[in-house]
Design a binder for this molecule. Structure first.
Ligand code: ASP
Length: 436
């Protein structure tokens, strides 16, 4: 059994957090490959090291002094080292980094140093070898992630018994460093888990796991014990985020489960993300979670005998495609068809789309409703249980919420409803409470 463990920025924000992390790692012999983020916020309003590094690089690029910002970065690392009694030669590392930033180093290089320095400290603290991510993670020259080369290179990790690897970055073929998008250490953890044939990828953060609903709306929302990759995708898509979205792909391919855990409450079991329903125990509750987001527009066309007009949907979707708008969902009736798209996608294009619809689809009526929120009620258990839809709609009717759109995805694991934005919170809470 091998576990890859990844610790996020708040789990490594200062020396006390480092101690917690060390205790977690050393309490389980199977925790052998450790991926670290850069130090995050220690308290509300604090700065993340990554943001400070970007700031230094920006200042340097514009020819402004940046030593005051760099000094804050140096002090944070040195304080962790000194409080833990470590002997890493940070001074010379920091001097090199400052020098390179001063001389035009890229933003990716600057940002990557946050995880690099943290991994040096953690490797020393644990007594594990440090393996640089630039030797393992590869990017194409155009900056996109190169999975094939990475897979071949990262296998080299298997010759280690244990190791600490910095998250977030890798190297292009020309040797220049490249980072993933923000929060990308999650992806590194996932790649390392796959490369080392881990039986589990533990992702340690500062929350107890994925919650069944947004705690700003349902303050007592329970933690989801087990969720499948596909359920998680539906929930994350609707705004429930704890993990970087792209971090699922490497482990998903290898069917390695992910366990999201809380560094500040390690006794909690967290959320287990599993490959499929077979790995998920039978649950009494058909609901895994409910999530949603605001900012959608619904365009509804009505036309008598629409169902017998070949190519109607084709022409309608073609219009959205022509205007470069991606469509979220498309609920249909016999003589009606609705297209739901994000306001951000439609911005500045709605008039032209309306014009094209009138010309190419010749509908009897077109109705455009903006300020719509979409809510996804997700649960693989829905397939096996009757009455889930009835419970959702009873809850909404009891809460006096008017439903504008209904769509049950073909997977039968997600019922999407559209409500007016002002009803958004009330609808989420009503659905959650009905399944409590
Ligand atoms: N340090 C990087 C960031 O703040 C990457 C990470 O923490 O995953 O985005």
């Amino acid at each position: 059994m091998y576990k890859t463990v990844k610790f996020g920025g708040s789990s490594l924000a200062d020396a006390t957090q480092f101690q917690k992390v060390r205790n977690i790692i050393l309490s389980d012999d199977e925790r052998r490959f450790v991926v670290v983020s850069a130090p995050g916020k220690r308290y509300k309003g604090d700065d993340k090291i990554t943001d400070l590094l970007y700031e230094c690089q920006r200042l340097a690029q514009s020819g402004s002094p940046f030593d005051h910002v760099f000094g804050r970065i140096s002090r944070r690392y040195c304080s962790i080292r000194d409080k833990l009694g470590l002997h890493v030669d940070l001074e010379s590392e920091l001097e090199d980094i400052e020098h390179l930033i001063e001389n035009g180093a890229s933003a990716d290089y600057a940002a990557s140093r946050g995880e690099y320095l943290n991994a040096l400290l953690m490797a020393d603290y644990l007594g594990f070898p440090f393996v640089d991510a630039s030797e393992l993670i590869c990017f194409h020259d155009d900056g996109t992630y190169d999975d094939e080369t990475t897979q071949a290179r990262a296998r080299a990790l298997k010759k280690y018994d244990r190791a600490v690897i910095p998250g977030f970055y890798g190297k292009r073929r020309d040797g220049s460093l490249r980072t993933f998008s923000r929060g990308g250490s999650d992806i590194t953890g996932s790649i390392v888990a796959r490369a080392t044939d881990a039986t589990l990828y533990e992702n340690w953060t500062d929350v107890d796991g994925f919650l069944m609903a947004d705690p700003r709306i349902v303050p007592d929302a329970k933690v989801i014990d087990v969720v499948t990759y596909s359920e998680l995708r539906e929930l994350s898509y609707m705004g429930a985020t704890v993990l970087h979205e792209d971090s699922i792909f490497p482990v998903r391919k290898a069917r390695i489960p992910i366990n999201v855990r809380n560094t500040n409450r390690p006794e909690g079991k967290g959320t287990m993300i599993v490959p499929d329903v077979m790995s998920k125990p039978d649950r009494v509750c058909p609901l895994t979670g409910v999530a949603g987001s605001r900012g959608f527009t619904v365009v509804t066309l009505q036309k008598d005998n629409m169902n017998s007009e070949p190519g109607f949907a084709y022409r309608l979707l073609g219009i959205f495609c022509k205007h470069g708008v991606s469509v979220e969902t498309m609920p249909c009736g016999i003589d009606t068809m609705s297209i739901v798209a994000a306001d951000a996608q439609l911005k500045g294009k709605l008039d032209a789309i309306y014009h094209d619809i009138m010309a190419e689809c010749v509908p009897d009526t077109v109705e455009i409703a903006s300020c719509i929120a979409l809510i996804a009620t997700v649960g693989i258990g829905m397939v096996r249980s009757r009455g889930t839809a009835a419970r959702i709609f009873t809850a909404l009717s009891d809460a006096d919420v008017n439903v504008r759109v209904i769509d049950q995805g073909s997977s039968e694991m997600n019922i999407i409803i559209g409500v007016e934005q002002r009803d958004f919170e009330r609808a989420i809470e009503a659905i959650y409470r009905k399944f409590e």
